[in-house]
Write a protein that binds this ligand. Structure first.
Ligand SMILES: *[C@@H]1O[C@H](CO)[C@@H](O)[C@H](O)[C@H]1NC(C)=O
Ligand SMILES: *[C@@H]1O[C@H](CO)[C@@H](O)[C@H](O)[C@H]1NC(C)=O
Ligand SMILES: *[C@@H]1O[C@H](CO)[C@@H](O)[C@H](O)[C@H]1NC(C)=O
Ligand SMILES: *[C@@H]1O[C@H](CO)[C@@H](O)[C@H](O)[C@H]1NC(C)=O
Ligand SMILES: *[C@@H]1O[C@H](CO)[C@@H](O)[C@H](O)[C@H]1NC(C)=O
Ligand SMILES: *[C@@H]1O[C@H](CO)[C@@H](O)[C@H](O)[C@H]1NC(C)=O
Length: 617
């Protein structure tokens, strides 16, 4: 049965490859039509809404396209689809229709309304995935530049100069974007400093109310305070330095146990002492030079002993004193607490997760839970070295994995100058993730949701030359959460069953795995898909389904893996499987051991057939 599913998937994949052979505008396989009525409807909405010196009413009649030709002024067509809408210098007055009238003109590549008198907001360009040229300069457009323009994947030229636009410049990062002009508007704020936007000259940005940053000569005022930006030499990026607020918490704990009066004096002194010390040790520090920072200021205080439990005596290379004196950097602030990288005096680094909101758990329960998790050892799980429980403070200490997360590998530095993540690496990361998850599902059968927070930022990467190995972290913490609301903040909170108010099962992890799989294949950030498409899609799987249904299959693939043509069939099989994993109905999703089996089987078939999977279609 598994085999026939695979065969169907293969046929599906071959079909996809055949389709994708047609470059450029990929059409559905049926007959090329003369024109598409829903495209005509969109244009008529425009025609009937605007006034101009051009007699559109007299001219835009009949079909807009006749295959590759058009008799409508300003319109060009290809295979029956409208591709160009160009109405320049015809004194269009008023605003554009407030409906998303362009929405159904799916294959639009050029939109120019240059040099008119159009007022009101810029047009809604959602859904126009083929748009390359957007020329709207010399009008009276007002309002802000829609954030959604960031998601026009093929945008080459964006001309918005000489309008009355306000707000800030969205962080455009399309590598395709080679020309941008937003000069002569009322834009404000910092020009996002990314690879793409810094390509353009000053004249792309000047004559605005209050833009600042490069390439303009105007520096931005320093707010928010620049307590960030530590780019260390070994490739770890953008971690924020921050002092542990450990002593404060400890101080308040002491407060509770002392009499109010004594406590007050103590607290007062403590605060005082802290202030005085803060001045010398550079607290609230501003600058780019890294200074020594500790997660506990008063490191010699004998009161502050942490009892650490170790799982593996060989790992017991530090004690609580050393841990308290470790240099700390914030790696991330998550729903479950803050994660620090702590570098011990020996140079050894560990990851410390300081849990939040777990107070409902008793010492016994906590220890039992940690023991369960600590004993779950697998090459694809980040090892839990130790933990600490006290009423005020719960810490989990993990091994440090230096190469960053899958999230960073996939989404950081998109644009020119990025090192692409190739397909071989992606496939091995996927397989490791499936292995780690399948192991967790086997070894924690009592956990309703064994991982609970599986997402690309919790897939850590270890690298050995060209080989990527992934290790999952942040697993098994769901039982620490008490409220449904806080559960909703974990990755499983994005599953359809959670939003329907249903009980979560291990299939919620399978859903999250499916999303990661799609993230790896599409290169899209699942956190942005809904915002980017103005809420049209609930999640990444929704978007992929919509693209797959419209037959533009290769459009789902990340541009960075498009050139691995021989692997496309494997990619499509995985897309198919990811869609099964993200099925609305948890019962219909495969379980993790099945998923892993299918990945391995697929690898096998692929090896046997060499490069040639022959299509019998
Ligand atoms: C519209 O105008 C163009 C030229 O301006 C002309 O070639 C075309 O025939 C006109 N179309 C119709 C339907 O009148
Ligand atoms: C339309 O143009 C495309 C691309 O130039 C071409 O492949 C196609 O055959 C043309 N269709 C017709 C009906 O002429
Ligand atoms: C177009 O012109 C007509 C008549 O001059 C006017 O009533 C209408 O409001 C104008 N429409 C726009 C959008 O300016
Ligand atoms: C843009 O159009 C899409 C549908 O095509 C719609 O969901 C979205 O709300 C629109 N955005 C705005 C700002 O009107
Ligand atoms: C787009 O086409 C669909 C289906 O033909 C139709 O229901 C919808 O109203 C159209 N949207 C717009 C904005 O014209
Ligand atoms: C941007 O537009 C302004 C005004 O039209 C023009 O002076 C400037 O040269 C343009 N800059 C670029 C880079 O196109």
């Amino acid at each position: 049965m598994g085999y026939s599913a695979l065969k169907i998937a293969l046929i599906f994949a071959c079909y996809a490859v055949q389709l994708s052979g047609k470059i450029g505008v990929v059409l559905s396989v049926d007959q090329v039509k003369d024109y598409f009525p829903e495209e005509r409807d969109g244009l008529l909405q425009l025609r009937d809404f605007i006034n101009s010196t051009s007699n559109l009413h007299g001219n835009w009649t009949g079909p807009p396209c006749y295959k590759n030709d058009s008799r409508w002024t300003g319109i060009a067509c290809l295979n029956g689809h409208v591709t160009d809408l160009i109405l320049e210098g015809i004194q269009i007055t008023g605003s554009l229709p407030q409906t998303p009238f362009l929405r159904n003109i799916t294959f639009l590549t050029k939109l120019s309304l240059r040099n008119n008198f159009i007022r009101g907001p810029l047009p809604n360009l959602t859904n126009l995935l083929y748009l390359e040229l957007v020329l709207l300069s010399q009008n009276r457009f007002s309002g802000s530049i829609p954030l959604t323009y960031i998601n026009l994947p093929r945008l080459k030229k964006l001309e918005l100069q000489q309008n009355s636009l306000t707000g800030s410049i969205p962080p455009f990062d399309q590598p395709t974007l080679t020309m941008l002009n937003v000069s002569y508007n009322h834009l404000t704020g910092r020009i996002p400093s990314n690879q793409v936007l810094s390509r353009f000259p000053e004249s792309s940005y000047d004559h605005n109310s209050a833009l600042c940053g490069q390439p303009l000569g105007t520096p931005c005022k320093a707010h928010p305070p620049p307590r960030t930006a530590d780019v260390s030499s070994n490739g770890e990026t953008k971690e924020t330095l921050e002092i542990w607020r450990f002593s404060l918490i400890a101080a308040s704990a002491v407060l509770v146990s002392l009499s109010v009066m004594l406590g007050f004096i103590y607290y007062y002194r403590k605060l005082h002492g802290k202030d005085a010390k803060g001045d010398q040790s550079g607290e609230g520090y501003v600058g780019t030079e890294e200074k020594k920072m500790y997660w506990s200021e008063n490191t010699d205080d004998p009161e502050r002993m942490l009892k650490l439990e170790f799982f593996d005596k060989r790992r017991q290379v530090f004690d609580s004193h050393e841990l308290l004196r470790a240099k700390a950097k914030v790696m991330g602030k998550g729903k479950l607490g803050t994660t620090y990288k702590a570098v011990l005096e020996s140079g050894h680094a560990v990851v410390v997760k300081r849990l939040r909101d777990t107070n409902a758990m008793s010492n016994r329960e906590f220890v039992r839970q940690m023991q369960l998790l600590g004993n779950a050892r697998h090459e694809n799980l980040a090892e839990i070295i130790s933990f600490h429980y006290s009423k005020e403070e719960q810490l989990v200490i993990y091994e440090f994995i230096p190469y960053g997360s899958l999230f960073e590998l996939l989404h950081e530095n998109r644009g020119a100058g990025r090192v692409p993540l190739n397909w071989t690496a992606r496939l091995s990361i996927i397989k490791d993730t499936a292995k780690g998850l399948a192991y967790l599902h086997q070894s924690l059968p009592d956990h309703r949701v064994p991982h609970g927070n599986i997402k690309s930022s919790n897939v850590l990467i270890q690298r050995d030359g060209q080989n990527h190995q992934s290790k999952l972290t942040d697993f098994g913490l769901l039982p620490f959460l008490t409220s449904r609301k806080s559960m909703g903040k974990l990755a499983v909170g994005k599953s359809p069953e959670f939003s329907l108010g249903r009980q979560l099962t291990y299939k919620a992890d399978v859903y999250c795995f499916g999303i990661i799989l799609l993230e790896v294949i599409t290169g899209k950030n699942p956190g942005e898909i809904s915002r980017a498409n103005e809420g049209m899609f609930d999640d990444l799987s929704d978007w992929v389904r919509s693209v797959v249904n419209s037959d533009r299959l290769t459009d789902v693939l990340d541009v960075e893996i498009l050139s691995a043509r021989k692997e496309h069939d494997v990619m499509f099989i995985l897309v198919e499987m990811a869609l099964e994993c993200t099925d609305m109905m948890p019962e219909k999703r495969p379980n993790m051991s099945e998923v892993l089996r299918r990945i391995e089987e697929m690898e096998q078939v692929n090896k046997q057939n060499g490069d040639n999977i022959t299509c019998i279609l």
